[in-house]
Design a protein around this ligand. Sequence first.
Ligand code: ADP
Length: 472
Amino acid sequence: MKILFATAEAGPFIRTGGLGDVAAALPPALVKEGQEVNVVLPLYQDIPDRFRQNMRYLGNVIVPLGWRQQYAGLFSYAYQGVNFYFIDNEYYFKRHGLYGHFDDGERFAFFSKAILEVMPLMSFYPDVLHCNDWQTALAPLMLDLFYRERWGYKFMKTVLSIHNIEFQGAMDKFVIEDVFGIPASHYRIAEYRNNANMLKAGIECANRVVTVSPTYAKEILDPYYAYGLEKILDIRQFKLSGILNGIDTELYDPMKDPALFQHFSVKSIKRKAKNKSGLQELLGLPVVDRPMIGMVTRLTPQKGLDLVLHVIDELMSKDIQLVILGTGDWKYESAFQELAKRYPHRLAAVINFSADLASKIYAASDMFLMPSKYEPCGLSQMIAMRYGSIPIVRETGGLKDSVVPFNPVEKTGTGFTFKTFNAYDMLDAINRALGSYYNEEEWKAVVTNAMNEDFSWRQSAKKYIELFESIE
Ligand code: ADP
């Protein structure tokens, strides 16, 4: 099957979050399963020169956008068996940063249409156009309205992945006609609650809508999670499903990760201890044998930090160490820095973004705390399990789908979970984890189970192929 993966970001070229990771890993995983996959993204100014210098120029086209006629150049770069295509337009993309500009609606409407317009230059008419998030969500509508009659477009299928429903590309509705060029007959498709809404247009028009975990696909039918789109999704439930993301098991490998003090595997778990003492020394914590809880996270309300702060004194009264690495909202950054001063023997907070330290924390900690309010998929809990750090998570989204509650009698399961977004329920889960930690047999079982889980992209790629093939 021919698949074109359309995305606003893709590692290793440029990324700001989870979408960039998926765009880097899923296409090569699909290629390994025998599919023909290309990726297309904007040629942002911030893409490093080392990539730009090796890109190949393929030509240019003019993209009609409402009353505008905009230039789109096309470049390509081969990486891991996948052709990455870059759409060039300096007016839209020669700026710092990816998002957050006043005309983001116009920039990504242009990108969505340019994807369709450059297909002849690519000589690639995909069987499936796989769009991702609001930035490319207009493409299925534009395909139906403007391209179906052209050669090569007639039978093209469309899939829209939602990585986080909070971001919808909602803006003043004047853009629907003026920028998107949508005629009055189809105006309603791109409109929602008196605004233009690009994600909603994608949900209406794509053949399939897929989220990054099965539980999140169900949760977004509920107003608590849906940021206003629950009714639209409810009507389209028949085409909604979820596929859990994978992690890069080559990169996140406790036997190879260069950041670790000591490599280890499920067969040599005892060696993990050296990572704990190494990190304690590095962060100025007492070098003692006591349970260590790690957190590596964006410091935003989504991640449930309010729960941690609410019961921090109770938590600190236990014989544990808490290590937190993160950046984000000032209120959380300062709160954890203050707490590190108040509990110098129990709590270390590093307000920074460091992949090296993140790896050290995954490897050193016994438990990994992730009490998220919502979590479309979440990668950290899967990385933690691979490094033998047992997740303590709220049962939401991808956390629910990737962490199986530990049963001390049967010795099954991979972590400790709680349901309600409540600080004392979280504390209870931590207490249960600590209870098992002090029972050697139970702890060995849960660590072994967690480290033996397979979170490779291969599993996810197979499910995507099934989904693509199921479209009639
Ligand atoms: P989200 O995409 O919502 O931030 P995920 O769990 O899906 O959450 O992915 C977070 C990724 O970012 C993980 O790989 C985690 O290790 C990494 N990360 C988060 N904060 C930091 C940080 N301060 N330093 C290094 N890595 C971080």
